[in-house]
Design a protein around this ligand. Structure first.
Ligand code: ZN
Length: 172
């Protein structure tokens, strides 16, 4: 079981140490009674196909520096997943996109920054030219035959997403 990550109550500053072993998702402060939940991170991204090729970006930062992922990032506090998906793809690739539909909602536990929920939209390009920026150093379009090898894909969900896309290409 994951250890509760905070030693002190954010409300009153009292020690939460004695609750560390009880649950990894919830702590009840013994001093002020506040409930604290360990919430999943929320990520949003886009699946973009252009002329039969899938858009992937290469991560320039840790975790998983040098591996490929779909354009994506964390949803900011108060931001919608749709706005986050459009913002991230613009920041990472310089491409403006329009979202078409929800493609997948996936849970993950293999990111060192914490467990989370990943919301992936299908999207299409409406403007801009592909230039790697922000936390990626390469933007690539891949046909099913040219996709990076599985071990070069960043996360377990990246492998699921790429496999689902490749499968759909073969069936169409
Ligand atoms: Zn407290």
């Amino acid at each position: 079981m994951a250890r509760w990550p905070y030693g002190y109550c954010p409300d009153c500053g009292g020690s939460l140490d004695i609750f560390c072993q009880i649950t990894s998702t919830h702590a009840l402060c013994p001093h002020c009674g506040a409930h604290h939940y360990r919430d999943p991170k929320t990520g949003a991204g886009v699946l973009i196909e252009d002329a039969g090729r899938l858009l992937l970006v290469r991560r320039a930062v840790d975790p998983r520096r040098g591996t490929w992922h779909v354009p994506s990032g964390f949803v900011d506090y108060g931001e919608s997943p749709q706005d986050a998906a459009r913002r991230e793809v613009l920041e990472e690739t310089g491409l403006q996109v329009e979202l078409d539909n929800l493609f997948r909602v996936l849970a993950y536990t293999d990111d060192e920054r914490g467990a989370g929920i990943f919301i992936l939209f299908k999207a299409h390009i409406t403007g801009g030219a592909p230039v790697a920026a922000d936390d990626v150093d390469k933007v690539g379009f891949f046909s099913p035959q040219e996709l990076p090898p599985t071990e070069a894909l960043a996360f377990k969900n990246t492998r699921l997403i790429v496999a689902a896309w490749r499968q759909a290409q073969q069936e169409s």
